[in-house]
Design a protein around this ligand. Sequence first.
Ligand SMILES: C[S@@+](CC[C@H](N)C(=O)[O-])C[C@H]1O[C@@H](n2cnc3c(N)ncnc32)[C@H](O)[C@@H]1O
Length: 244
Amino acid sequence: MIKTTHFGFKSIPETDKAHKVAGVFDSVAERYNLMNDLMSVGLHRLWKRFAVEASGVKAGSRVLDIAGGTADLSTLLIKHIGESGEIWLTDINNSMLTIGRDRILDYGMDISVAQCDAEKLPFPENYFDCVSVAFGLRNMTHKDVALKEMLRVLRPGGCVIVLEFSKVWKPLQAFYDNYSFKVLPAIGKFIVNDENSYRYLAESIRVHPSQEELKQLMQHTGFERVEYFNLAAGVVALHRGFKF
Ligand SMILES: C[S@@+](CC[C@H](N)C(=O)[O-])C[C@H]1O[C@@H](n2cnc3c(N)ncnc32)[C@H](O)[C@@H]1O
């Protein structure tokens, strides 16, 4: 029997998901940063700063940024780890990763880059002080497998930070639905001539686990002291968990 998974509201064979997600990010990569600023009216920058503060990353830390894309989080993390630290920008998608790598080089910063699947990380176990994933987990076919991999490569005492869209505060739901199903695809059509990718964005958020569900999934994976912080009334949540 064929195993299926979500691609937005559609149910598709698991084997097709990575390819479809790649299509989305190949299509939007060039204007990805501009779209983020427009869609969130710049708020994503604050969410990412909050995530980096919560990570506890400091000079000398070893950090793995998974699904790092155009390197927003990596550029913030680099400033914390200093010259004695080590940071890897990784993503499954070459279009996104190339933009991220070029951006880092343009800023005159140094980073290691690897194109890889979060579900099969090419790193040793017990290595990183912090693993980060921002707005990436939602797109992965097997979130449980990806989380297990994150736990494996973390050193005991290290933490994972997962920044992701989540369940918005109920009184705002109608407004938020209207915004995400009508306004976002319209902006996507205007800026990148691709409304479907932004419809996928809205749908994928709706089928992603809630704050509590993700917390449970992380605990089930083996993370400890798991907690989350709601941002913008739950539009986004930052989950943090430790390996002991
Ligand atoms: C919405 S972007 C987030 C980029 C960046 N972290 C940010 O916050 O701006 C999602 C990223 O997840 C990546 N991605 C999706 N599935 C992945 C997987 N299985 N392994 C690694 N990266 C993946 C996509 O290629 C894309 O670059």
